[in-house]
Design a protein around this ligand. Sequence first.
Ligand code: IMP
Length: 430
Amino acid sequence: MPNVVVIGAQWGDEGKGRIVDLISEQMDIITRYQGGNNAGHTIVIGDQKIILHHLPSGILREGKVSVIGNGVVIDPKVLIQELRELREAGYRADSGNLKISDRAHLIMPYHREIDIARESLRGSGKIGTTGRGIGPVYEDKAARRGIKFSDLLDPEYFHDRLKHSLEEQNSYLTKVLGKEPLDFKQIYTEYLEYANELKDFCCNVSELLNRANSEGKNILFEGAQGALLDIDLGTYPYVTSSNAGSGGACTGTGVSPTKIDLVLGIAKAYTTRVGEGPFPSEIGGELEERLREAGGEYGATTGRSRRCGWFDAVALKYAAMTNGISKLAITKLDVLTGFEKLRICVGYKHKGEVLSEFPSNNNVLKNCEPVYEETDGWQEDISAVTDFGELPVQAQDYLKKIEEVTGVSIYAVSLGPSREKIIFISELFQ
Ligand code: IMP
């Protein structure tokens, strides 16, 4: 199997971890390329439920190499805890099967403080971040005062970098956000301990991946969050601070676009969103509550209730265009069982006119009215179905409609969280 990028085609939480886990069986290397522990990828194996925050979902497959790319931001304290829990659950996570980019930036205690303090100051204008320091750490990277993993492993240089950053950040924390300053010595000592625990994982990831590619090995690039949360192409400013789309796979690992063979988009059979921001197909009321309960739509990282809506083909088409998605995996189709009628959003109406493009202006998007096509639901339990032809005809029609209105063909459909609850509809590579 060639090199594949797997991305969320909506606003995150599409069930990427589950699909990556499935495909990674046929891959040699699985690499994360952006985001940090704002992500929460849930994978169910037998009666075990594993939630990964930094680690690629491939870490659960024996004989694979997992990589954290330079575009990822790492909270070392959280990563060390994640590694501990994984080992306790019986999985291997050592320097033989896990490599972390020497260029990945580190989340520092002031990033978390700033993220949380800023959100509370924003009041009703808040973004609804996960409070993990993601925005502030990417800001530091762009402002060229960030701290990379390789800096941490050089105590003298780390001392200088931290001093420089902390001076600026303490001034911001105290003068702008009205918070207490953080103590240099405490952070320095704490982080040197993390360096000691993590140093063996440090790797020149671009070298490793390019070498592996030239030896004919297959690489899976695992996105976090989703296309519509991408800092450049998402619903800005209600986005995360990295390139969650397929472009991030290249800048976040040092592997060029010419080496990517396919982009697989993961989408739920409906839509969810956490945090603030426009959401044209949001359902509202009792029906939304029913869908949330049926789908267990509560965040894996923060436990927040997810907002729920109908499948949005307009947003999906935009995500497919801007990310080169040529195949879709649809997750959680089983959740729609029992709904009398289902809707698919096929257009946005703004001031009486149907828009021809996905709007870049939030004010426009916020005021768009969804145009729906309605289909019949099904009542039969589909969770044990193993073949497309065994699905109720209404479920088959629903999937065909998704293909028709998005223009993207479906590769697989999941009908439950465990590994075997999946139907394959077409080949990934044709
Ligand atoms: P941040 O990434 O913590 O800065 O949050 C920015 C926005 O992205 C918020 O709306 C979050 O709810 C959303 N977000 C961040 N990570 C995820 C994720 O893994 N799934 C879904 N939404 C996310």
